[in-house]
Design a protein. Structure first.
Length: 127
């Protein structure tokens, strides 16, 4: 099945004019990013839209926190993405500073499937 094409988000001019286009996998990745980087309650007419990821920014990053972040990502995407999008894998990791002590970034690799088309996106959080 050929990949579907739609209008890219964030809106911008593409190589062939305005607006830029994106594949179905890119559109799902963009939608996941919108959900995860929007705080719950931030959208006035959609108060349940978004996630609580910002609440983890200043927590001690350990295995328990990484599992909590993964759980929040799963719940937020399940609650906000279209029903035909299946999240197949979420891997949350922390990158440490140059001294190997304090985590400076948390990244989540999210793999998904939509109607037989696979894709992935990465979301990064930096305190």
């Amino acid at each position: 099945m050929p990949d579907a094409i739609g209008i890219a988000f964030v809106f911008r001019q593409g190589d062939n004019g305005f607006p830029a286009t994106a594949t179905d996998a890119e559109l799902v990745g963009d939608a996941a990013e919108q959900v995860l980087l929007t705080e719950i309650g931030e959208r006035r007419h959609r108060p349940e839209f978004g996630s609580r990821l910002r609440s983890f920014l200043f927590e001690d990053i350990d295995e328990i926190t990484l599992e909590a972040i993964k759980g929040e990502i799963e719940q937020a995407l399940e609650r906000n993405l279209d029903d035909d999008i299946l999240i197949t894998s979420i891997e949350v990791t922390a990158e440490e500073d140059s001294l190997g002590q304090n985590p400076t970034r948390v990244s989540a690799l999210i793999q998904f499937d939509r109607q037989g088309r696979s894709g992935e996106t990465t979301i990064s959080l930096t305190p």
